[in-house]
Design a protein around this ligand. Structure first.
Ligand code: 9MR
Length: 378
């Protein structure tokens, strides 16, 4: 149907009215007072549905230690388990940051998400240097490095990591192209000259876990998973891996979302589709930006704005709707992890440009925001 047709526009008006009503209802329900204290433990609140995590850097283990201990039963290393940070030179690992996070998790009976073995960003330059695209010997060299890397991390953290992001963001957003290739920044694709590296990442992970007798799960993690064309590509990759005898347990929806995007119905459909394909779902990097007017095609970014009461309420309503949806789908969702703890330390302050954002449950001074009450008080 043409989107300018009368039926399409009346459908649009109905959708807008429905959205307004939901918001109004949400605001009513949100006659919740900010008491200033956060007495309800987030992870206990959702314990019978899914685990609740936070991505951290070592500094958080002291700056927000109390919040972490009281509210979360899962951690992810925001950066410190990625290839570059943890394996900065051939044969040399730098474990101290990841160990600090893993020890905090161990000491507090938390589990961890292992993030991530293979990504096109934050990888060390040594890994690809001197390798020629498509050269069989060079591909073998890269495969051996990958195998060693995966085995080393699995052996060191298997007691605390219950699921690994084996591959992160390997699917292209470009129409007509399934896999991110060299032109979209993937050195892995460029050297292999194909998506075959994804096969090896899952193969080595599966083998390393089997050798350890581990029950840890193997995930593929990405953004824009709610976009149907991207999800179709992800599911075709899953089929391809399975057709080659490999196991993949679940898909991570990163959840870098906005106040008005994606729609609840798009999130619900993605969860349904993934679980119908026999896969677990996790929400792996949740944060809700207050900026809704960025134009990615022209790189026209919305100007910095203040975090008004109205925005705080809107964000709280959004968080509540999301957690109601997660709860309703709890049989399919294994974990929900926030990409940070408090608004003073969020990657969104630097992305897509330097600009203060307020995407998390705790404010710049580590006090609970309305969003915290919205998801603990219903
Ligand atoms: O939050 C991370 C930020 O500190 C790093 O500078 C950035 C480097 O690219 O990676 C951020 O984390 C990303 C995650 O690993 C994968 N999904 C997107 C996240 C936000 O960019």
């Amino acid at each position: 149907m043409n989107s300018n047709s009368p039926r399409a526009s009346s459908k649009g008006i109905i959708l807008i009215l429905a959205f307004m009503l939901i918001n109004l209802y949400g605001c009513r329900q949100l006659e919740i007072k900010k008491t200033g204290t956060a007495d309800v433990s987030l992870y206990k609140k959702y314990e019978s549905y899914f685990s609740v995590g936070a991505a951290v850097a070592p500094k958080h283990l002291s700056s927000v230690a109390d919040i972490l201990e009281f509210h979360f039963n899962r951690l992810a290393a925001e950066n410190d388990m990625k290839f570059g940070p943890i394996h900065p030179a051939a044969g040399r690992y730098s474990f101290s940051n990841a160990d600090a996070i893993a020890n905090f998790a161990r000491n507090n009976s938390m589990t961890m998400t292992g993030h991530t073995f293979v990504w096109h960003r934050q990888q060390p330059s040594w890994l690809f240097s001197g390798l020629s695209p498509g050269n069989t010997r060079d591909i073998e060299t890269l495969k051996n490095q990958l195998k060693n890397h995966i085995e080393t991390l699995v052996n060191r953290y298997d007691d605390v990591v219950d699921n690994w992001d084996v591959v992160n963001e390997a699917i292209s957003d470009t129409g007509g192209k399934t896999y991110r290739d060299g032109s979209e920044g993937s050195e892995w694709y460029r050297i292999f000259q194909s998506e075959e590296y994804i096969y090896w990442a899952f193969k080595y992970s599966q083998d390393a876990l089997a050798a350890k007798g581990s029950n840890a799960k193997l995930y593929y993690n990405d953004y824009n998973v709610t976009v149907p064309s991207k999800l179709n590509k992800i599911l075709s990759m899953v089929q391809w891996l399975r057709s080659r005898g490999l196991r993949i347990d679940g898909i991570g929806l990163q959840g870098h979302w906005k106040l008005d995007w994606p729609t609840l119905s798009d999130i619900r459909s993605a969860i349904n589709k993934i679980s119908t394909a026999g896969l677990e779902v996790k929400i792996s990097e949740l944060d809700i930006s207050i900026y809704t007017n960025d134009d990615w095609s022209t790189h026209a970014w919305e100007a910095e704005k203040a975090f008004t009461e109205q925005l705080e309420t809107q964000q709280a309503v959004r968080y509540r709707e999301l957690f109601m949806l997660f709860k309703a789908n709890s049989g399919r969702i294994t974990s929900v992890t926030f990409w940070g703890v408090s608004d003073d330390a969020t990657w969104l302050d630097y992305h897509p440009k330097r600009r203060n954002d307020y995407p998390l449950l705790f404010d710049d001074r580590h006090k609970p925001k309305l969003a915290y009450y919205a998801i603990t008080d219903f």
